[in-house]
Write a protein that binds this ligand. Sequence first.
Ligand SMILES: C[C@@](CO)(OP(=O)(O)O)[C@H](O)COP(=O)(O)OP(=O)(O)OC[C@H]1O[C@@H](n2ccc(N)nc2=O)[C@H](O)[C@@H]1O
Ligand SMILES: Nc1ncnc2c1ncn2[C@@H]1O[C@H](COP(=O)(O)OP(=O)(O)O)[C@@H](O)[C@H]1O
Length: 295
Amino acid sequence: MSVTVRVPAKVNVQLAVGAARADGFHDLANVFLAVGLYDEVTVTPAEQLRVTCSGPDAAQVPLDRTNLAARAAELLAARHGRTADVHIHIAKDIPVAGGMAGGSADGAGALVACDALWGTEASRDELLDICAELGSDVPFSLVGGAALGTGRGEQLEVLEVGGAFHWVFAVADGGLSTPAVYREFDRLTPEAPAPKASAALLDALRKGDVEALAGAVANDLQPAALSLFPSLSGTLAAGTDAGALAALVSGSGPTTAFLAADAASARRIAAALSASGTCRTARVADSPAPGATLL
Ligand SMILES: C[C@@](CO)(OP(=O)(O)O)[C@H](O)COP(=O)(O)OP(=O)(O)OC[C@H]1O[C@@H](n2ccc(N)nc2=O)[C@H](O)[C@@H]1O
Ligand SMILES: Nc1ncnc2c1ncn2[C@@H]1O[C@H](COP(=O)(O)OP(=O)(O)O)[C@@H](O)[C@H]1O
C-alpha cells in the first residue's frame, strides 16, 4: 500500500526582511502565495528509510537523511514511538534551490503522507509544529493558498484571495543558497527597519486585482540575489519587455517570477522568455494553489 501527496511551490509576493536576530534568523513579513507547480511525494512501507527522486532536476536533490522529506518522516516517527521504515519517492517538478520552496514542499508532503500511511492521526497543530521544526517555509507548504508569515516566516495567518493570478517562472541555470542571500542582504542593508506587510498588497490579493498586485509586489532579498547572480537583471528585463505587469525574484532566487494580465499573456511571456536565452526554461502556473493534498 502506498500514499501519495501533492504539494505546491510558492512565490513571495511580498518579502519584507528585518535585521538579523540573535538566533541568526531574520524577522519577516512574508506574504506567501502557493502556485500550481507541484512535487508529488509517495511513501510505501519498506525495511528501512530510503529516498528516491525522479524528474529533470533529480540529480541535485540529496537522497540521504538531510533530505527534508526524510527528516519529516523521522520527526513524525520519533514523536509516535515508531521507526521511519518507509520508501519515500519524490516526483520533482519544482525547480531545485530556486527560491520556490521545493524542499519545504517535500517535507510537508512526506509528513502528511506518513501520517496517513501509519495512521498516526497527528492533529493539524502537531503537523504545523513539526513543519516549523523542519524549516521556516515548511508550514506554508502544508497550508497553501495565501498566507502572511511572521516571525521567521513560520507563524501563519491565512489570507483571502479574491481571484486567480497568472504567473510565469523563469528557471535559472544554477541555484542560490538561501543563507548566502540573507548574508548578502545583511551586508547591503546595515539598518533594516522592522518588516511590515503592505496594506495595499493585502487589499490587492483580497480583491483579486492583478494591476494593484503588480504595483505592490516587493522583495527585500532581490538586491542581494541580483548582487550574487547579476545576470538575473537580464531575465527580469526580458519578461518586462514581453509584457509582464510585474517582474521580481522569487524569494531568495534565482527563479524569477512574472505576473501576467491573463492566461494568454502568460503563455506569450513564457514563449518570449524561453526564446530570450536569459533563462534555462520558463513555466506558466496559476495561483492560488491548494496546500499539501492526499491524492
Ligand atoms: C527566503 C525564503 C522566503 O520564503 O525562502 P526561499 O526563497 O529560500 O525558498 C525563506 O525565508 C527561507 O526559508 P527556509 O528555506 O525554510 O529557511 P530555513 O531552512 O528555516 O533556514 C535556512 C537559513 O536561511 C536563513 N533564514 C531563513 C529564514 C529567516 N526568516 N531568516 C533567515 O535568516 C538562515 O540563515 C537559516 O539558517
Ligand atoms: N526534498 C528536497 N528537494 C530539494 N532540495 C532539498 C530537499 N531536501 C533538502 N534539500 C536541500 O535544500 C536546498 C534548497 O533547495 P530548495 O528547497 O529546492 O530551494 P529553496 O530553498 O531555494 O526554495 C537544496 O540545495 C538541497 O541541498
